[in-house]
Design a protein around this ligand. Structure first.
Ligand SMILES: Cc1cc2nc3c(=O)[nH]c(=O)nc-3n(C[C@H](O)[C@H](O)[C@H](O)COP(=O)(O)O)c2cc1C
Ligand SMILES: Nc1ncnc2c1ncn2[C@@H]1O[C@H](COP(=O)(O)OP(=O)(O)OP(=O)(O)O)[C@@H](O)[C@H]1O
Length: 274
């Protein structure tokens, strides 16, 4: 899979390089089951048509740009990780548009014309609530008209879990309460984050969100093999302490994947001597 960072300076170059494709649209933080349905729909449409499948996302998140920098934003996964998951789902090209004020102020029609039609998109796929263009005024129901009939559009219906729409916002809430079990259901996989080991504790790499402080069962990649063990997330949520494994198996400075299974019931062990 090729990853292409688009901005005003290189836009024309990449337009010329593009070929016919089916494109999935959205920010896709966390790539949960709703996102997966959008992307799989695009992959299937592209296969039917014998063209490439592309994803167009943005960076940074629109909220950080449109809130005048006042709002902090917790990313669920960095772009590199997003790219890996998209590649596994069968995406050929991953476009990341630099989301700045001038891009945000494009009219819905200008966005569809300059970023979809001009990029060889013959069919676009987005979820039922995808919005685009200045003030988020464009929505998936009018995209075909915004393109002047030049592209077809598939709108993917809402994917829910226990009656609630699966969303990146919900993932952030589950991380903030440490509910890794529900998170597993809405991601369709266990939550994973990459860390560095400093000889004493793990520290998350940037653009991951660490679950709420507490104890968790996790799988850690060590030198030789993955181990199932227990860790404690400290109050600062930047320090993850191993509770029960042989620290000699770790190599300092490594990029280590931690897969989160469940929160361990907080309890105090009393011992009595009689
Ligand atoms: C060209 C373009 C312009 C946008 N302008 C605005 C805007 O002015 N205000 C806003 O709140 N969101 C704006 N957005 C963000 C969208 O409304 C939406 O949040 C974003 O495309 C992510 O969609 P998703 O959350 O469905 O993935 C814009 C998006 C695009 C693609
Ligand atoms: N539960 C869902 N069912 C179907 N489509 C979805 C679902 N969630 C997101 N999508 C679609 O996936 C794409 C990416 O959406 P987006 O990144 O806004 O996800 P989100 O989970 O809704 O995020 P947020 O919680 O920040 O609004 C969009 O086309 C959106 O419509």
């Amino acid at each position: 899979m090729e990853t292409i960072y688009l901005n005003a300076a290189n836009l024309d170059y990449w337009k010329k390089k593009s070929t016919s494709n089916v494109m999935a649209l959205g920010f896709f933080d966390g790539i949960h089951k709703g996102h997966q349905k959008v992307i799989r729909t695009a992959v299937n449409k592209a296969k039917e048509r014998g063209v490439a499948v592309t994803v167009m996302s943005f960076f940074p998140h629109p909220k950080t740009v449109l809130s005048k920098g006042n709002e902090t934003f917790d990313y669920i996964m960095p772009l590199t990780e997003k790219g890996k998951v998209l590649a596994q789902l069968g995406v050929d090209t991953f476009y990341i548009v630099e989301f700045d004020k001038s891009f945000a102020s494009l009219s819905p029609e200008a966005y569809v014309s300059n970023y979809l039609v001009d990029f060889g998109v013959e069919h676009a796929v987005a979820g039922y609530d995808f919005s685009y263009g200045k003030f988020g005024a464009g929505h998936v129901g009018r995209m075909e008209d915004d393109s002047g009939g030049k592209l077809g559009v598939t709108k993917v219906d809402k994917v829910s879990y226990q009656g609630q729409k699966i969303s990146s916002t919900w993932i952030r809430q589950l991380l903030s309460t440490g509910d890794m079990k529900t998170l597993q259901h809405i991601l369709g996989r266990s939550y994973e984050l990459a860390c560095k080991w400093d000889g004493r504790a793990f520290h998350p790499l940037s653009q991951y969100t660490v679950p709420a402080p507490g104890s968790y069962m996790v799988t850690i990649e060590t030198k030789n093999h993955p181990i199932l063990t227990k860790v404690e997330v400290a109050e600062d949520q930047q320090t993850i302490l191993p509770l029960e494994f042989d620290q000699a198996t770790m190599t300092s400075g490594d990029r280590i994947a931690i897969t989160w299974h469940r929160r361990v019931q907080d309890h105090i062990m009393y011992s009595y001597s009689v």
